[in-house]
Ligand binder design. Sequence first.
Ligand SMILES: Nc1ccn([C@@H]2O[C@H](COP(=O)(O)OP(=O)(O)OP(=O)(O)O)[C@@H](O)[C@H]2O)c(=O)n1
Ligand SMILES: C[C@](O)(CO)[C@H](O)COP(=O)(O)O
Length: 230
Amino acid sequence: MDNSLGIVIVSAGKGSRMGTLESKQYLLLQDKPILIHTLEVFNSMPQVKEIVLVTGQDDVRRVQEWVHEYKMDKVIKVIPGGSERQHSVYQGLLEIGTEWVMIHDGVRPFVDQADIEACYQMALRTGAAVLAVPVKDTIKQVDGSGIIVATPDRQSLWAIQTPQTFRVSDLLRSHQEAQRSGFVGTDDSMLVERMGIPVAVVKGSYSNIKITTPDDLEYAAFIEIRKGEG
Ligand SMILES: Nc1ccn([C@@H]2O[C@H](COP(=O)(O)OP(=O)(O)OP(=O)(O)O)[C@@H](O)[C@H]2O)c(=O)n1
Ligand SMILES: C[C@](O)(CO)[C@H](O)COP(=O)(O)O
């Protein structure tokens, strides 16, 4: 049985919600770009065979230089992404040579290796798995005029994270079908779910944040300092 695992790290976003001149994935966290913190987590895992890194068109060269500087020896390619996250994932997927793939956001540097392993093992058992955490707040559905229209049962609500793990063949098929029908989703699981493939949820960690807005940067700096102390 071929259980080989490849990783696609998507890092081609513009970070409009962060609003910084420099794209958020390249901002320094302590001494290193956020993207390098993320890469280090996967590069040091023996289960990981290869990593494809998807960046902005104009960033390929400098990211390649960082890959050498920080000795990220599992990175087999640095390639340009597309206009939507989904397009960037697809470009990366085309370069993957393993049976299984994990898609991960370049801006989730605090993902835990034990959680990654749990997500991988669950996918091997069930066919597809994503990391997630149960929501802590009460979630309301609100209409266009700001009026609450529904309160879904919190027991069944999870905040979905990355990595998300799939058979490469399943994810490729799902992306190609989404392209054919003009569907754009905010994560890869959506594309696989609409093919009727069951996707299992694995409880991850609340600290696996996606650095999205300026307040996330403050929290990220805090987590990094705490890691250094611990
Ligand atoms: N065209 C895109 C858009 C996003 N991403 C990546 O997908 C991840 C999650 O996206 P998000 O946090 O939304 O990043 P941005 O698109 O950069 O942010 P924003 O939506 O605020 O512009 C990030 O690592 C981002 O770099 C990507 O590779 N290609
Ligand atoms: C894939 C993801 O990180 C799961 O939470 C998220 O959906 C990305 O969404 P965004 O709209 O690109 O922030």
